[in-house]
Design a protein around this ligand. Structure first.
Ligand SMILES: Cc1cc2nc3c(=O)[nH]c(=O)nc-3n(C[C@H](O)[C@H](O)[C@H](O)COP(=O)(O)O)c2cc1C
Length: 195
């Protein structure tokens, strides 16, 4: 699916429309750089960031979905403090999108069942790794997934729902950089920012 983006941004609403098109396309298009975004959490006082596959984007509901292993440390981060930032950039279109909000981890509920049923066997396979994500190990070969029962992975599967209340759009172009913020706090507000 090709998307049409403006060459120049003169209207604030165009920045939101473009962000919507980019992130909607990124869900199914593994070739776009927005398919894998940087998701940051707070680990006590430290920031912890990692790349994750964007599984769903819904601007109307201001929601993103990610999948992860329930044994991963980030589950604890988001349970202790739900604050989160999601960031992506694609040099081909010269656009950075940064969203701020809160992440709720889900485990063995309606949303995990739905997401699991919608996953391919290849995606499901990762959740059959023994020992738990991030455990220190002696030999990684011992943790290669050989024989596995695909549905066994469900017990380690978690869905992260990111609900965002700001979306920042940055377009870097020599003819004039454009930066815009969209906020949904008490109602919706948007503004240009100095880039
Ligand atoms: C291209 C790419 C895609 C990734 N997708 C995911 C993902 O969708 N979910 C996930 O939990 N980790 C994903 N990872 C691995 C994470 O970046 C990270 O290493 C792992 O989740 C452990 O993170 P944590 O220790 O911060 O919890 C991906 C890594 C790469 C390089």
């Amino acid at each position: 699916m090709e998307i049409n983006l403006p060459d120049n941004y003169c209207k604030l609403e165009d920045t939101l429309t473009s962000a919507d098109k980019i992130l909607t396309k990124a869900v199914d298009d593994s070739k776009t750089l927005f398919h894998t975004m940087v998701v940051s959490s707070l680990d006590g006082e430290k920031i912890s960031s990692r790349v994750m596959v964007l599984r769903e984007f819904n601007l109307e509901e201001r929601k993103m979905r990610f999948h992860t292993d329930y044994r991963a440390p980030k589950i604890q981060h988001f349970s202790n403090n739900s604050t989160a930032t999601v960031l992506g950039y694609d040099p081909e279109i010269k656009i950075q999108i940064k969203l701020q909000g809160k992440i709720t981890p889900h485990y063995n509920d309606e949303s995990t069942k739905l997401a699991w049923d919608g996953s391919t066997p290849r995606s499901k396979k990762c959740y059959s790794v023994k020992g738990g994500s991030t455990k220190e190990i002696h030999d990684p070969k011992d943790f290669d997934i050989g024989d596995f029962e695909v549905e066994e992975g469900y017990k380690n599967f978690s869905v992260l729902i990111f609900s965002f209340d700001t979306l920042e759009f940055l377009y870097l172009k020599s003819s004039g950089h454009r930066r815009a913020i969209h906020k949904w706090n008490n109602g919706y507000e948007s503004s240009w920012l100095v880039p």
